[in-house]
Design a protein around this ligand. Structure first.
Ligand code: PA5
Length: 449
């Protein structure tokens, strides 16, 4: 099984009847998620349920075009800059680090280096990226569903200017690719006017649910990852998580268990893995769960840690601090390549007790010891086991978490598919920067600074 859930370490934290008592909410959430198929009433955000059937209904012709573009980009580029923010970059970055390596850019490889921009407004970050591009062939992928988000729009302006100087206006058609809404938005208009190849983010798939659309597919394919296998993972997961059955549907079970823990006052979830390749996947998870559930004064705060690294920073708090958190542990069963620890005749470091075995066994024992210590310290642990870090696993895991967050959000009565809170900072930023139309707010804010 590509992903299995164990609730073994929840014993003593949740009584069996608690799970039974949220079954009604799980059933109701299932009906909202599958309202079109079941002929039931739609719920809030029902226009954004396109991700549910995406693994079955994705545009095959566009999928092939993504592969062709990836091939062309790989052939003519040393560096690819993926410009996007939030759901428009996190999934691709997560896949590249999870399936290939957190050291992807430093690997010996026949695919381009991939950098991400447009996800911050730091002058140093962009200047350093510009210098990385010096003397190298560069392509841009600009991703924005709305086509109007300030951070990626600004980065695109800067890097398009750079490429214009390097290749001339005529050369840009071979080096700029846009992923955006099919009809609306500035980016779509620009792509059409300038003749840049463009790919579509379907109307009914929100940003943070879009990694299996060209948003994720194009950068992931450029990194040399098998996107057919990735989609197959999602296709199989969709089949597995289609029924409302808490015994056999681990995505629903995960949502229900989180809900029970939340009712017990566990308002922080720490997603934990014992492999740095999961770092960006955890960032993707935090956006997915944070933006989907954190609203109307409700929601579990999503946090993350990589162990054993963070046991030496966050470990004290987890073991011994406020008892308002639970952990979801990602247990990856097999490394891509293990490392055998040889015995040392002198044993000057006293580490021979670790020798004559693979490093992954030491990591496993660290995990087992930590789970026991943390549960003994009052931190419930949910365990999600994955056999390996493959493209197939990635696709499966994406669908698992998307399903879980939709059920979880609907269970707590929020719209899992909007993000109204993200607008507040934008309004203030525009006002303070003097964008036309924000004059009154500017005066109000400046008086407070
Ligand atoms: O989940 C979402 O919709 C958001 O996080 C978006 O992905 C993010 O705000 C970027 O938006 P856009 O793709 O429109 O630039």
């Amino acid at each position: 099984m590509p992903l299995t859930l164990s609730a073994k370490y929840l014993e003593g934290f949740i009584a069996p009847h608690e799970l039974d008592r949220v079954t009604t909410q799980v059933n109701a959430a299932h009906k909202l998620m599958h309202y079109a198929k079941l002929g039931t009433e739609p719920g809030p955000g029902s226009d954004f349920l396109g991700w549910v059937d995406l693994p079955e209904k994705y545009d095959r012709e566009e999928f092939e075009r993504v592969k062709l573009a990836a091939k062309k980009i790989s052939a003519n580029s040393d560096v690819v800059i993926v410009i996007g923010i939030g759901g428009s970059y996190l999934g691709a970055r997560a896949a590249i680090e999870f399936v290939r390596s957190p050291f992807y850019n430093n690997l010996k490889k026949d695919t381009p280096d991939i950098y991400f921009s447009g996800n911050n407004i730091s002058a140093d970050y962009i200047n350093e990226l510009i210098s990385i591009c010096e003397g190298r062939d560069v392509s841009l992928i600009v991703i924005s569903k709305s086509g109007t988000t300030t951070e990626p729009a600004l980065a695109f302006r800067i890097f398009r200017d750079l490429l214009t100087k390097k290749y001339g206006a005529d050369g840009l058609k071979d080096r700029i690719y846009c992923v955006t809404d099919k009809a609306r938005g500035t980016l779509k208009q620009l792509a059409d006017a300038e003749g840049y190849e463009s790919f579509v983010i379907p109307d009914d798939v929100g940003g943070r649910f879009s990694v299996l659309t060209p948003v994720g597919l194009l950068p992931i394919a450029i990194a040399g990852i098998d996107i057919d296998a990735m989609m197959q993972g999602a296709i199989d997961a969709r089949e597995k998580y289609a029924e409302c059955d808490l015994e056999n549907n681990d995505a629903y079970r995960y949502a229900a268990l989180r809900n029970c823990l939340y009712r017990r006052g566990k308002s922080i979830e720490m997603l934990v893995a014992y492999d740095a390749a999961f770092t960006q996947m955890a960032e993707w998870f935090k956006q997915l769960f944070g933006e989907s559930e954190g609203k109307d004064g409700k929601g579990i705060f999503p946090a993350s840690a990589i162990f054993s690294t963070d046991l030496h920073s966050m470990g004290q708090f987890i073991q011994d601090g406020s008892r308002n958190l639970f952990e979801t542990v990602i247990n990856i069963e097999r490394p891509n390549q293990d490392l055998y620890i040889e015995s040392d005749a002198e044993n000057a470091d006293g580490l021979n007790f670790l020798s004559n075995q693979n490093l992954s066994i030491v990591n496993r024992k660290a995990m087992e010891g930590t789970i026991l210590a943390h549960t003994a310290g009052g931190v419930p642990n949910i365990i999600l086991t994955l056999p390996e870090k493959s493209a197939y696993e990635f696709g499966w895991m994406v669908y698992f978490f998307e399903t879980a967050v939709a059920i979880s959000g609907y269970m707590s009565g929020v719209n899992p598919f909007d993000q109204p809170g993200v607008e507040s900072y934008k309004k203030n930023m525009f006002a303070l920067l003097g964008k036309p139309g924000y004059e009154d707010l500017r005066a109000e804010l400046e008086a407070k600074i």
